[in-house]
Design a protein around this ligand. Structure first.
Ligand code: SAM
Length: 277
């Protein structure tokens, strides 16, 4: 049997009794046309290893394999899904490795060979935490070339937000400093089984070879965290705990001390971080 001739996902779910568990954020994608469409977002996968987090019954996994991924490494926390995933592995000999475990704890890199794409339909809280980890590795460029991740639409908008919008904040700055994010696809709740309460969106991020503007990661993170912690305050007040001469530093970075964080572009935050080097 090939991946394309495996039974429909509803049958797989019924056979293995995979009733969705809320605690694991299980909202499954059962439409294989849709999962193939998501698998095409990263582009040509033929020479790539793909890390998939939370494969569940394997809809997206099947899409990734059908779209030609060299290998897929799938990390799944729910042991009930493993027999269904084993059937996919059997249909794609040598191309699917499944690890049972928590993606926040498994060292996936040890099992992957570059170039690496990451693709996942994940529970919201795990997704944001993993995104931040993947965006803040000890060294840049990171081990991955692109991230294709499902989020609640509101979170996707925070990742891609421009200065001057309410959604603009730490997530936008971390995502846009060393990567180029875009919303590739928006999905209504009805695309999932069971449907979640809100719409979702797939965000595609490609890693830049170098940061868009120079800055030390820890310093940029400190400045941005302090600025957006009190986002309604003027920056001279929000940042006064960082340095007694914060007004001079803001001037050096070309930022008016009366400005508020949500209107300051990424380039200026990087300039401000550099005053602390
Ligand atoms: N990818 C499948 C799909 O699109 O139908 C399932 C998506 S469902 C939103 C999220 C999946 O992530 C579930 O299978 C769940 O068991 C798994 N999961 C939840 N937390 C996880 C974690 N910390 N590490 C690995 N998998 C996790």
């Amino acid at each position: 049997m090939s991946v394309e001739t495996l039974p429909p996902l509803r049958e797989v779910i019924a056979k293995h009794q995979l009733s969705a568990r809320k605690a694991l954020g299980q909202n499954f994608l059962l439409d294989l046309t849709l999962t193939a469409r998501i698998a095409r977002i990263p582009g040509d996968l033929s020479g790539m290893d793909v890390l998939e987090v939370g494969p569940g019954p394997g809809g997206l996994t099947r899409g990734l394999l059908s779209e030609g991924a060299r290998r897929v490494l799938a990390i799944e926390k729910d042991p009930r899904c493993l027999p269904a995933l084993a059937e996919i592995a059997e249909a794609a000999p040598g191309r699917l490795q499944v690890i049972e475990g928590d993606a926040l704890e498994v060292d996936a890199l040890a099992h992957l060979t570059p170039p690496i794409a990451i693709c996942a339909n994940l529970p919201y809280n795990v997704g944001t935490e993993l995104l931040i980890r993947w965006l803040t590795p000890p060294e840049w460029p990171p081990f991955w070339s692109s991230l294709t991740l499902m989020f609640q639409k509101e979170v996707a908008e925070r990742i891609t937000a421009e200065p001057g919008s309410k959604a603009y904040g730490r997530l936008a700055i971390l995502s846009q400093w060393r990567a180029t994010p875009r919303i590739a696809l928006t999905l209504p709740p009805g695309a999932f089984t069971p449907p979640p309460k809100v719409s979702s969106a797939v965000v595609h991020l490609t890693a830049l070879p170098e940061p868009r503007f120079p800055a030390q990661p820890k310093l940029l993170e400190r400045v941005v965290a302090a600025a957006f912690n009190q986002r309604r305050k003027m920056l001279r007040a929000a940042l006064k705990g960082l340095a007694p001469d914060i007004e001079d530093r803001l001037h050096t970075a070309g930022i008016a001390p009366t400005e508020r964080a949500e209107r300051v572009p990424l380039e200026a935050f990087c300039a401000l971080a550099r005053t602390f080097e």
